[in-house]
Write a protein that binds this ligand. Structure first.
Ligand code: PGA
Ligand code: ZN
Length: 438
């Protein structure tokens, strides 16, 4: 037993210059664990909400109320507890706020505390966080397969285009390090193409190129050109991944692509995405339909679930019960894991396990508002078999997470890269099995 001695929250600032919550957990042996809450912009309606003060100061975004949650009731409930009992600490937090959205304490207060407890336990055991996570969950650590944004859109780019993330994955790379190298080539090739078309205009919230396009599909075509310009054949080592984030432009089976001034119902939306899946080497697609479009998501999964990874983000909000319900209904075949959507580490790991136990993919993910916190690089590695979504390939709040994986690679070895395994049941996995057999 190593007791928690003190818990203290302070206000720090995220990558969008907004205030957020940092928590220090100090143990009786003097060891410190520290974590910072991230913040989303395209949020699911059922995810844990951040407590913000409202009013005129800092555009209503101040977090004094969340700091008070940590320094008051949360600290009182956790001080004296064994830091090694993560589940006990998380349940003590939950006992203080049983509201489904954690709007009493604030998800920003709970997530920073829960992660700081995890960091303190790892440091106290003298282990890097990834190793502590692997040892305490019984998982085999692997370096995750990244999804990396080349163009940012949707809520992260003033809705310049409707689709939110145009990303690449490099399942054919031999190591995590090689993923970084190939991604860098594609990222800068995309920038060169934008420049040559007179369309270069900086970057979006997560560091991807600003999407100066006349249609959503132009972004896809430009991404194809960038992959080729980088010397790769699209669909071979490099594949495309999309986050449609459809809840941002649709609900109740009605969708509106503002850029193209086009209205669609669910069936038409499924047709359009189906045509993209046929035309482009897309191996993964997130939130293809709105979070309340259950019939549409089930139909999309029925039609395309055996060829592409279908991730629920806003649709599942890192909630184990929603994952189990979706598994029963046949909606999605993978889940995004955002610790601040759930609000605690234990709930996030439960969701990860619920997904993996039925052969689903699990993608540990950052938020669009991020910081220097690297917890997710360690979680994705320690839980194993996974994938990691962090945003693009610029800006230090993104790069620090990729770079942390490179440091972990030095400890685990290059062979610990999970490679294309998470995409085994997609067209890419099937094609590459055949290639190996031939
Ligand atoms: P958010 O978006 O962090 O702005 O909610 C990220 C995502 O949709 O994956
Ligand atoms: Zn998403």
């Amino acid at each position: 037993m190593t007791a928690i001695n003190s818990i203290k929250a302070r206000r720090v600032w995220d990558s969008r210059g907004k205030p957020t919550v940092e928590v220090d957990v100090t143990l009786e042996n003097g060891i410190l664990g520290r974590a910072i809450a991230p913040a989303g912009a395209s949020r699911g309606t059922r995810e844990a909400v951040d407590l913000r003060d409202g009013g005129k100061t800092l555009r209503g975004q101040n977090v004094q109320s969340a700091l008070n949650s940590v320094n008051g009731p949360i600290a009182a409930a956790l001080v004296g507890r064994d830091v090694n009992d993560q589940s006990g600490a998380d349940h003590a937090i939950l006992a203080l706020d049983s509201s489904p959205l954690k709007d009493k304490l604030g998800g920003n207060a709970t997530v920073a505390t829960s992660l700081a407890v995890l960091h303190a336990a790892a440091a106290s055991a003298g282990r890097p966080l990834w190793q502590h996570v692997a040892e305490t969950t019984g998982c085999t650590p692997t370096l995750p397969l990244p999804e990396i944004q080349i163009f940012g859109g949707g809520a992260h780019a003033g809705r310049r285009v409707d689709i939110q993330d145009f990303m690449i994955m490099v399942p054919g790379a031999a190591s995590f390090d090689e993923v970084m190298e190939i991604t860098s080539e594609v990222y800068f090739a995309a920038g060169d193409i934008m420049k040559s078309k007179g369309k270069l205009a900086g970057v979006a919230d997560e560091g991807g190129w600003w999407p100066n396009f006349d249609s959503n599909e132009e972004a896809l075509e430009t991404l194809m050109q960038a992959i080729e310009k980088a010397g790769e054949i699209p669909g071979e080592r490099v594949v495309i991944s999309l986050d449609i984030a459809a809840s941002e432009f649709g609900s109740d089976g009605r969708y509106r692509l503002a850029l193209e001034d086009r209205q669609m119902d669910s069936a038409e939306m499924i047709e359009m995405l189906g045509r993209w899946l046929e035309t482009y080497p897309i191996a993964s697609i997130e939130d293809p339909l709105a979070e309340n479009d259950i019939d549409g998501t089930v139909e999309f999964t029925r039609r395309f679930g055996d060829q592409v990874q279908i991730i629920g983000d806003d649709y599942l909000v890192t909630n184990a019960d929603l994952v189990r319900a979706a598994q029963d209904q046949g909606a999605c075949n993978a889940v995004l894991i955002k610790v601040n959507q759930a609000g605690t580490v234990s709930e996030s790991i439960d969701t990860f396990r619920a997904a993996r136990s039925k052969g689903w993919g699990a993608i540990v993910s950052a938020r669009s508002g991020e910081t220097e916190d690297t917890s997710i690089s360690h979680l994705a590695t320690g839980l194993g078999g996974g994938q990691l979504k962090v945003g693009s390939f610029t800006r230090s709040e993104r790069m620090i997470k990729w770079n942390e994986c490179l440091r972990i690679q030095d400890a685990l070895g290059r062979a610990a890269f999970v490679g294309g395994e998470p995409l085994a049941s997609t067209w890419w996995g099937k094609k590459n099995q055949k290639d190996t057999a031939a």
